[in-house]
Design a protein around this ligand. Structure first.
Ligand code: GRF
Length: 201
């Protein structure tokens, strides 16, 4: 399946997708970043994947940014669009256009801790466990139907940095697994509900 991956930063989840690509039947056609200094761009170039930078600051509105992003994505006619650390709020029009084929990884056990600073917020809330979720993207920020989660225990002397590191290691396993379910046709979105062959995870 053809995929386009959107990033904003380090791209370690992108790296995991690159490393697993063959095994999970994912042909990454392009990587798009809204930040020109995102290290993930380098990772893509090292893997000979086409990159695009689309700086959100050069657009007067969110709608114009999303329309241009959409034009870049559509050049590749992807079957799946993967948000791997893409830190932009998307317009309803954009999310509707790609409904059922856009996945996001979020570093919390959704619906807990939507938005930013999830690790510190989990510590502040004295959670015993924390983790990551992969969900279908809808217009609601980090609010689309959850497909799968990975959990880690919160330890007594955890800091946000330590917790982030352990969650990220889980993200690197979780995201390729979910993408593989999708590329095998064993995962879909139907009427805002996840349809998942439970044996595929
Ligand atoms: C990950 O924790 C992801 O869940 C969140 O941002 C982080 C991105 O990390 N949305 P990376 O760029 O994949 O290294």
């Amino acid at each position: 399946m053809k995929g386009v991956v959107l990033i904003s930063g380090s791209g370690s989840n992108l790296q995991s997708l690159i490393d697993h690509a063959e095994k999970i039947d994912l042909d990454i056609q392009a990587v798009v970043s809204n930040k020109e200094d995102a290290y993930g761009l380098k990772r893509a170039q090292n893997a000979n994947i086409t990159t695009h930078v689309i700086n959100h600051k050069t657009f007067s509105t969110r709608e114009k940014f999303d329309q241009n992003l959409s034009q870049i994505i559509d050049q590749y006619s992807p079957d799946v669009i993967i948000l791997a650390g893409f830190m932009r709020i998307l317009t309803e029009e954009f999310t509707k256009k790609y409904i059922g084929k856009m996945l996001n990884i979020h570093p919390s056990l959704l619906p807990k801790f939507q938005g930013l600073n999830t690790h510190q917020r989990a510590l502040d809330a004295k959670e015993n466990e924390h983790g990551a979720s992969v969900h279908f993207v809808t217009a609601e920020l980090d609010g689309g139907p959850v497909i799968a989660q990975a959990r880690v225990q919160v330890l007594a002397h955890d800091t946000a940095e330590l917790l982030a590191k352990r969650v990220l290691a889980e993200e690197h396993k979780l995201l390729p697994k979910v993408v593989h379910c999708f590329t095998q046709g064993r995962l879909s979105l139907n009427d805002n509900c996840v349809v998942l062959d439970d044996k595929c995870l």
